[in-house]
Design a protein around this ligand. Structure first.
Ligand code: NAP
Length: 218
């Protein structure tokens, strides 16, 4: 699949780009600056022996069949404003956690209750928005030797879009779990500060969550 990663020059973008490229996807990372996007794509490709393209965020969205937005919450609104007219009816995945530095280990409910719910108001009608990957450490994603034992909870109002993202999550080496409607992003985004607390308390790196009790047939 053609995957465009908005803000793909950063930490999460790097890990996602490399893992999806290794899985055979056509990955295009975006940046606010086309030159930086191209340079980072070349850097990731060389470092990990994969082929990743890069330019600006709009080009990444235009190239893609599915878009993933990986920017800090402080950049969330301007980033969605800058791409909303090129998203169309493509599935768009928001991984944003609305952290409020320096209090990143304490839940911050933004004005719209969740970054993903705010994103829905920023996109044009018909956008197929999914929220996922809030609990997956960039350090683990970027380490090809790391094997995940945690899950990715995927929510959104379009069932087919959720299924498409769950399938892509599998290509990262993770189990995706259908977590229902987009409103549930309020809960999903709120787990990350708890995990950041756990990391500090137990000196763990990238603690995650695992859902139990799901039948093997699923
Ligand atoms: N890091 C993690 O382990 C992790 C785990 C789960 C979820 N998340 C979530 O994933 C998202 C991305 O995290 P990250 O650690 O990858 O972020 P990051 O590396 O700090 O930033 C990602 C990219 O966002 C763009 N950016 C940064 N500041 C910006 C600004 N003020 N305005 C516009 N664009 C800006 C930059 O791209 P350009 O300069 O190229 O435009 C940057 O490379 C966050 O919402 C975070 O909560 C992170």
């Amino acid at each position: 699949m053609k995957i465009g990663i908005v803000g793909g020059t950063g930490r999460e973008g790097r890990g996602l780009a490399v893992r999806w490229a290794k899985a055979g996807h056509d990955v295009f990372i975006g940046s606010r600056q086309a030159e930086k996007g191209a340079a980072k794509a070349a850097e990731f490709s060389k470092e990990f022996g994969v082929s990743v393209q890069g330019a600006d965020n709009v080009a990444a969205c235009e190239h893609a069949e599915l878009i993933v937005v990986t920017v800090p919450y402080g950049a969330h609104r301007p980033t969605f404003d800058s791409i909303k007219d090129v998203v169309g009816d493509k599935v768009i995945v928001d991984i944003t956690v609305p952290l409020q530095p320096p209090k990143v280990r304490s839940v911050n409910l933004p004005e719209g209750q969740a970054a993903a719910l705010e994103a829905r108001t920023l996109l044009n009608e018909g956008a197929r928005l999914v929220a996922a990957l809030h609990h997956i450490s960039s350090e683990h994603l970027s380490n090809p030797a790391h094997t995940f034992d945690c899950d990715v909870l995927v929510c959104g109002d379009d069932k087919e879009a959720r299924a498409a993202v769950i399938s892509l999550v599998a290509d990262l080496g993770l189990r995706g779990i259908d977590a229902g409607v987009l409103k549930n992003a309020i809960a999903l985004e709120s787990i990350t500060p708890v995990l950041l607390h756990i990391n500090r308390r137990y000196k763990s790196v990238g603690s995650g969550i695992r859902i139990t009790g799901i039948p093997e047939t699923e």
